[in-house]
Write a protein that binds this ligand. Structure first.
Ligand code: G6P
Length: 612
């Protein structure tokens, strides 16, 4: 998704803005731009593609100026070409924007009627012209900016600067987040604190509907009604966090390797290891403590990989806590007109905590009076702030667009919640709790062991790299994991992949099987292993090339010669979805590296999707 940066500085800001934009690259983008004020002239450089193109342009034709705004654009309205890249200008006004202006057609029509000429296909350009129109009508710059913001419908974060103002940026948010950074004689703004980490760790987050007047030495925040409001300054942990690849070739690989540590860190937040019990700590509104005993239904809503974490937990909550679970992708949930139970709870899972569809699902449940809980990786996020109970994942910033460590940390929280729910609801005895808690606490050790399989997985990945299609099969919790495997492979390597519940194979997809079709089967040796092996035999009988991910017992019992295997250690059933995620991730990663795609920023994808 688009990223925004602004600096009201005391030195040339263009290189600083590009540096900050690099820290927003992980969000996904397809063009970029920067504008500064040089004397009384607004000037800009924009370029299609990666920031390196923008840098080349800036090197050839530098921008001076101590105040500026910058942007990485993920195309929504209009192709990812230079004329659509931000900043957008209208006479003396420059604008960068993240989100969607829903009423841009009406506004554009009216502005064209007023004599404004549009040079792009974007919705953003209306903002620049609206502000310019305000100025033309005699408003002061701040009034003109505010007046424009109030005319916009939709979700947006934006920043506006003026050719006449060397000490002023006006910014605002309605939906996507915006962080203001405080420096010494400099002020900054960015889509997140990570972008501002090189400059400052003193951050103020705007709340929904806020807009802010930023000057070199001060800022004033107003709410939607124009009343001045106070928002606390916080010490961001963004600057303390390493946002580089270390020795790894890609952020994704680094994040795969961080998993033993972050899974352990996350579990430690929900498990009392000394007391061998679940300790459901949350950082939400304690007026509404979470009580699973009184629930009769749980709705889980999320998007992408987070949805698949939720799907896995359906098996856990139903099995261990006897709690019925509905699981939906957020974009379907909110229009499904779901009848809500008075004793129900709605749980939202989101790495970023800002995904527009998930947030819309949350608002729907809020209106229905549901108890709201969230699992997020970004504690200051909108979804976290809108929920009664918040269970953070402690994965640290995830930069690779394809989610890895956030997923396994989500699973770690969900497994802890499911066991905790089982205890609260009287379906898990003290003895079982001790056993399950000890099994969960083994997850980091197993994750570490499995990382050692990387070389053999890499060799297998090379056999996938020239394929056009791949099937993934699994049963029970390995079914959502098969979906995650297929999702990872397609998003990273652009190879078409699909997942099926193994038992469903014979109801259609078996028609696809021939000697060219690789089939990844996820099947630890468990109570349904035999059933999965039967499905695997159906594939083998038709010449399909099987890659079996199993454990030593499973490899032995499968009794099939000539199939490729990834042999995992034997491990307790409850942690298999967490640990089996790692070979799935590594398989997709190495296939993509072999194919030669952009692993950390696959084409067309965004990390944080703040549009519906
Ligand atoms: C995007 C990302 C996915 C992510 C999904 C949900 O599609 O590319 O990796 O799973 O959004 O994001 P969230 O921040 O809500 O977990």
């Amino acid at each position: 998704m688009c990223g925004i940066v602004g600096i009201v500085g005391s030195r040339p800001v263009a290189p600083l803005i590009v540096d900050a934009l690099k820290r927003l690259e992980y969000r996904g983008y397809d063009s970029a731009g920067v504008a500064t004020l040089e004397g009384e002239i607004l000037d800009r450089r924009r370029a299609e593609g990666k920031l390196i193109n923008l840098e080349t342009r800036l090197n050839a034709s530098p921008l001076s100026g101590n105040i500026g705004i910058g942007h990485t654009r993920w195309a929504t309205h209009g192709a990812p070409v230079e004329v659509n890249a931000h900043p957008h200008f209208s006479s003396n006004v420059a604008v960068v924007h993240n989100g969607i202006i829903e009423n841009f057609r009406e506004l554009r029509q009216a502005l064209e009627g007023d004599g404004f000429t549009f040079t792009s296909q974007t919705d953003t350009e209306v903002i620049a012209h609206l502000v310019a129109k305000g100025l033309r009508d005699g408003l002061e710059p701040i009034e003109a900016a505010h007046s424009a913001i109030t005319q916009l419908h939709g979700a947006f974060a934006l920043a506006i600067m003026f050719g006449t103002e060397a000490d002023l940026i006006v910014a605002g948010r309605n939906g996507p987040p915006l962080a203001i950074g405080h420096g010494e004689g400099e002020m900054y703004l960015g889509s997140d604190a990570v972008a501002l980490a090189p400059f400052t760790d003193r951050i103020t987050y705007l709340e929904d509907g806020d807009w802010v007047v930023i000057r070199r030495n001060a800022m004033t925040i107003y709410n939607l009604k124009g009343v001045e409001v106070n928002r606390d300054e916080q010490k961001s942990i963004g600057s303390a966090l390493m946002v580089d690849k270390g020795n790894h070739r890609h952020f994704m690989l680094k994040e795969i390797y961080e998993q033993p540590e972050v899974i352990g860190h996350t579990l430690a937040n929900y498990i009392d290891f000394n007391g061998d019990k679940i300790a459901l700590r949350d950082m939400g509104d304690n007026q509404n403590p979470l009580d699973f005993a009184n629930l009769d239904r749980l709705n889980i809503t999320a998007c992408g990989t987070a949805y698949l974490a939720g799907y896995t937990s359906k098996y856990w909550f139903e099995r261990h806590a006897r709690l019925p679970v509905d699981i939906d992708v957020a974009s379907e949930f909110r229009y499904r007109e779901v009848p809500m139970s008075e004793k129900g709870m709605s749980l939202f899972i989101s790495q970023s905590g800002e995904t527009a569809d998930t947030l819309a699902g949350l608002k729907y449940c809020e209106q229905a009076g549901q108890h709201l809980a969230a699992i997020v990786n970004v504690r200051e996020s909108t979804i976290a702030r809108s929920s009664h109970n918040v269970f953070p994942t402690l994965a640290g910033p995830e930069i690779g667009v394809a989610s890895t460590k956030a997923f396994t940390c989500q699973l770690s929280v969900l497994a802890s919640l499911a066991v905790g729910a089982g205890v609260q609801r009287g379906h898990i005895s003290r003895e079982q709790e001790i056993k399950l808690v000890r099994e969960l606490s083994e997850a980091p050790r197993y994750a570490n062991d499995v990382l050692k399989l990387e070389d053999s997985i890499k060799a297998l990945a090379h056999t996938l790299a020239n394929k056009e299609h791949v099937l993934y099969l699994g049963r029970d919790t390995n079914y959502p994991l098969a979906m995650e495997g297929a999702l990872k492979l397609k998003e990273l390597s652009y190879i078409h992949a699909e997942a099926y519940a193994a038992g469903e194979l014979k109801h259609g997809p078996i028609a696809l099987i021939d000697e060219e079709m690789p089939v990844v089967v996820i099947a630890p040796y468990d109570r349904i292993f035999e059933k999965t092996v039967s499905n695997m035999q159906e594939v083998a009988a038709r010449g399909g090339q099987i890659i079996l991910i199993t454990d030593p017992r499973g490899a032995q019992e499968a009794g099939m010669d000539g199939i490729k295997t990834i042999i995992m250690p034997e491990m307790p059933e409850i942690i298999t979805p967490i640990i089996y995620s790692l070979p799935i991730q590594m398989l997709a990663y190495h296939t993509a590296v072999h194919v030669g795609t952009d692993v950390d920023q696959p084409r067309n994808l965004a990390k944080s999707v703040t549009v519906e």
